[in-house]
Design a protein around this ligand. Sequence first.
Ligand code: IDP
Ligand code: MG
Length: 138
Amino acid sequence: MSRVTFTMLKPDSVRNGNIGAILDKIIKSGFKIKAMKFTQMTNEKAGEFYAIHKERPFYTDLVDYMTSGPIVAAILEKDNAVNDFRDLIGSTNPEEAEEGSIRKIFAKSISENAIHGSDSDYNAKIECEFHFSSDEIF
Ligand code: IDP
Ligand code: MG
């Protein structure tokens, strides 16, 4: 079981002034920050990041949303990082997200849902390497 996961505080979280509150919750839940950057994805980069959803009806809107403003990208470390972080962020649809989860508290809709979390150790590694070079990870 890998000890790292990848997250993005999505553009709505940045726009709504929730960076600090969300990071506080992440850190208080036992995750250690291994890498972090404030950045804006290009269309090309967001399209590649979400390539798995290319055939889904929401793909174009998803890429537009994810490139609509800056994000905070980070690598987080903890035992059982991927699963524990998915629990912390809650369901994709905030209406179905568990009480106290980040999406329940901060997300407005299924499309603009505040935060990303890797869904497997396999994808966590790909996503960490997609956004960070080895000299940016501590
Ligand atoms: P996840 O972020 O919980 O892993 P995925 O199914 O991987 O959810 O979808 C990636 C992202 O695409 C979601 O976080 C959300 O921003 C968007 N998305 C997923 N399903 C829908 C939908 O049915 N309508 C609009 N946007 C969606
Ligand atoms: Mg996903």
